[in-house]
Design a protein around this ligand. Structure first.
Ligand code: ATP
Length: 237
């Protein structure tokens, strides 16, 4: 579903934020992406989503290149940034209608999904209110709903659990599991290693722009914890 081939990106032409990254994500994978602050996670996620360009390499989503077929790729992915900066003057429901229009979701289908997910995330009561009145967590939930209503083949999320209350976090994990059973791939960054251990069948660890471990979570952890592995990698020169 996602093939990242030898991708490098530098912001200043000197230091590489991503350095020769190779990663493959299959249909149905829940792939955790971990690394220290400034390791390059957001840079890679934004490169996959076509928000920033990269200097070298290729990124294919469902065999389509984000460089040469960006619109085709954007039709089948959802990207949820770490900071839900959305149109504050719209109401929640206006924002969801806007996204549904962009993705061409028919009226019946969008109503059904908005009802379902707004109920699940306890947002129904505030959908008529302007986004400017929402808390960080409420904005995060709204952005998540906007991604779910167009059924992406690949979901990219940058620290999706930050700001969510425990119930919403639980619901999001359950949604991830059921989406993956239907073949969606999920690639998300997080600093919460326990979530990766419990939820993700695969994990990649990035350090200073380079992937230093990747693969089946249980094979990487073996009889240790992901925290042990992470600390070992972090201490290596
Ligand atoms: P965090 O866990 O703190 O969110 P991250 O792993 O997502 O970090 P990135 O945001 O991808 O890391 O940053 C990777 C490197 O690129 C860092 O050295 C950072 O300072 C640099 N960087 C990121 N965005 C920019 C930018 N817009 N301009 C210049 N340098 C940048």
């Amino acid at each position: 579903m996602l093939e990242i081939k030898n991708v490098s990106k530098s912001y200043d032409g000197i230091k590489k934020a991503c350095d020769g990254i190779n990663l493959t994500i299959e249909s149905g994978d829940i792939y955790g992406f971990v690394g220290h602050n400034g390791a390059g996670k957001t840079t890679l996620l934004k490169s996959i989503a076509g928000i920033i360009s990269f200097d070298e390499g290729e990124i294919l989503v469902d065999h389509k290149s984000i460089k040469t077929e960006p619109l085709e790729v954007k039709k089948i992915i959802a990207y949820i940034p770490d900071n839900p900066d959305i149109y504050e003057t719209l109401t929640g429901i206006q924002y969801l209608q806007l996204i549904a229009n962009v993705f061409g979701i028919d009226q019946h289908e969008r109503s059904r999904k908005i009802d379902e997910y707004a109920t699940l995330f306890e947002l129904t009561q505030v959908l008529q209110q302007p986004i400017s009145s929402y808390s960080h967590g409420m904005k995060q939930k709204l952005v998540i709903i906007s991604a779910l209503i167009h059924r992406p083949k690949l979901m990219l999320l940058d620290e999706p659990f930050v700001g969510l209350d425990p119930k919403a976090s639980f619901q999001l994990k359950e949604i991830f599991k059921s989406m993956c059973q239907e073949g969606t791939s999920i690639f998300f960054s997080t600093h919460v290693l326990e979530v990766v251990e419990k939820l993700c069948n695969k994990v990649a660890i990035i350090k200073q722009g380079k992937i230093v471990a990747q693969g089946n979570t249980q094979e990487i952890i073996m009889n240790q914890s992901l925290e042990d592995i992470f600390m070992e990698i972090a201490s290596e020169a």
